[in-house]
Design a protein around this ligand. Structure first.
Ligand SMILES: N[C@@H](CCC(=O)N[C@@H](CS)C(=O)NCC(=O)O)C(=O)O
Length: 214
């Protein structure tokens, strides 16, 4: 049995669900016992990271480690690509999301509530996110298979893009979307696994934003 420890608003949990859906797997979800950061959860997952996967007693965390594990254990459809260079490109795109793009978005989460608004930070992060989007557009241009089918390196982007749009609208962020990204984003969002996840996830995003008062 596949069990995923999740919290509703986590974009890394959504990223993992996109992969699970694309592979046609069934799983159950549990909240971290005791809550985020709790000792009870850390007794199971020492780092406290979400998501974490329990596959018949094998417990693993970090969305990238989980993705590569699931792709090996459930290889159909394959999500890493054929050949060393293609696989390296897929991994490069996955890491770029987790280590370059998403952290620039994450810097905003603690400043969404109106009493925490910081115009200078908003403008700075909007510029940094825009720079990352431009870099991504160039990377996709150089990639041997920036097109779909959905790969392991694509799964983080749809939900991050949805958060960028939500923050841009509610915090008046001057995000510059490269025109070259639009067809890739549209193709990504047309994938059934992505469309299903975005549709299930949207209310959780909305709940989080409303709870923050924006
Ligand atoms: N690189 C990690 C990042 C995951 C991450 O930041 N998860 C957040 C929730 S979205 C989390 O674990 N928060 C709780 C904590 O850090 O204790 C991954 O890919 O799994």
């Amino acid at each position: 049995m596949l069990t995923l420890y999740t919290i509703p608003e986590s974009l890394y949990c959504a990223k993992t669900r996109i992969l699970l859906r694309h592979k046609g797997l069934t799983w159950r979800e549990l909240p971290p016992p005791g809550g985020v950061g709790a000792a009870d959860y850390k007794a199971i997952v020492p780092s406290g990271n979400l998501p974490a996967l329990d596959h018949d007693g094998f417990v693993l965390t970090d969305s990238e480690a989980i993705a590569e594990y699931l792709d090996e254990v459930f290889p159909d459809p394959p999500m890493l690509g054929q050949g060393a260079q293609a696989r390296a490109r897929v991994r490069e795109r996955a890491r770029f999301h987790d280590t370059r793009l998403e952290p620039q978005l994450r810097a905003l989460f603690g400043h969404v509530a109106p009493d925490r608004h910081d115009r200078a930070l908003f403008d700075r992060q909007a510029d940094l996110v825009s720079q990352r989007l431009a870099q991504l557009a160039r990377m996709l241009d150089a990639a041997p298979r920036p097109d779909l089918p959905l790969g392991l390196g694509d799964c983080g982007y749809p939900v991050t893009f949805a958060w960028i749009d939500a923050f841009a609208a509610r915090l008046d962020l001057p995000i510059r979307w490269p025109a070259a990204l639009a067809p890739w984003r549209a193709a990504l969002e047309a994938q059934p696994a992505v469309a299903a996840e975005l549709s299930d996830y949207a209310p959780h995003m909305e709940d989080w934003l409303v709870a923050k008062g924006v």
